[in-house]
Ligand binder design. Structure first.
Ligand code: SAM
Length: 269
């Protein structure tokens, strides 16, 4: 069964502003493809949200289509002013509006855990041409921070925050998203496939950007819906504790945020 979240326009806006676009992963996907195919006509980014990852595919393909079930997310995708070969369609991941064997690359970036996994894999298989590739990527919630010589203390504070959100994880994604992707990887019948459990991506961000980013987590949104005051307190406790350890009062102080991606890539025979 698929799950519908990310439907609120405020969530979509925060998502666009604060989530990390996975440039490094696009390089890895393209190098996997370049070793295996000469077809770069059509890429489809499923669960594309506001198109942050979708647009990164534009330089490599004749046409890129982002698909998402959420109109609020798609409304923020850059149709004017974005790359001219990128377009967007509203549809579920399990029913893609493409012909059989029409697509060269299917991606899902931080999205496949929300889909009906079995139906999505069937659909990806249907639309991919022989030799076409499937790339699924996501990251774990336990992002880390680096700041001077207090990184360990900051990360202990972050761990407390993540633990407080844990009970609010949506049951569809269970306690560990890596396991979901590993399960999908093992059930994918393509013999030519690769799994990578941890690629650390570093970004310089203001502390306020890190906090705004963790506030886009679905578990934080779920707590916010259940108990808005508790969610606000949790977030402000996180900010104040981090600032105290960093010995600054400025939420603009720059930290290094480390996002731990995992991904798998496969080539349809
Ligand atoms: C966490 S966001 C990721 C968005 C984007 N790929 C990114 O990396 O920024 C997950 C997206 O998956 C979409 N989604 C969830 N379930 C879906 C489904 N069954 N079919 C299509 N899109 C879905 C949501 O609407 C949301 O935009």
């Amino acid at each position: 069964m698929a799950v519908r979240l990310f439907e609120g326009s405020d969530h979509a806006e925060a998502y666009l502003k604060f989530r990390v676009a996975p440039q490094e992963l696009i390089g890895i996907i393209m190098s996997f493809m370049e070793k295996r195919t000469r077809n770069f006509h059509l890429a489809v980014d499923v669960g594309c949200g506001s198109g942050q990852g979708t647009t990164l595919l534009a330089p490599f393909f004749t046409e890129v289509v982002g698909t998402d079930v959420s109109p609020a997310q798609l409304q923020l995708a850059p149709t004017d002013g974005g790359p001219s070969n990128v377009s967007y369609r509203q549809c579920p991941a399990e029913e893609l509006p493409f012909e059989c064997e029409e697509v060269d690359l299917v991606t899902a970036m931080t999205a496949a855990h929300w889909f009906d996994h079995r139906r999505f894999l069937h659909e990806a298989y249907r639309v991919l041409r022989p030799g076409g590739c499937l790339a699924l990527l996501s990251y774990t919630m336990d992002m880390e921070l680096e700041y001077g010589d207090v990184s360990k203390t900051l990360n202990d504070i972050c761990k407390e925050f993540y633990a407080a959100l844990f009970p609010y994880r949506n049951p569809h994604i269970g306690s560990n998203s890596v396991e979901i992707y590993a399960g999908m990887f093992h059930s994918c019948p393509y013999p030519d496939k690769e799994w990578n459990e941890c690629l650390r991506v570093r970004r310089h961000v203001p502390l306020s950007g890190f906090i705004a980013m963790v506030e886009t987590f679905s578990s934080y949104r779920s707590l916010k819906e259940t108990d808005p005051a508790e969610a606000a307190q949790l977030s402000s406790r996180l900010r104040n504790k981090l600032l105290a350890v960093m010995k600054t009062s400025s939420p603009d102080a720059e930290v290094i945020m480390i996002v731990k991606y995992f991904y798998w890539l496969a080539r349809k025979p």
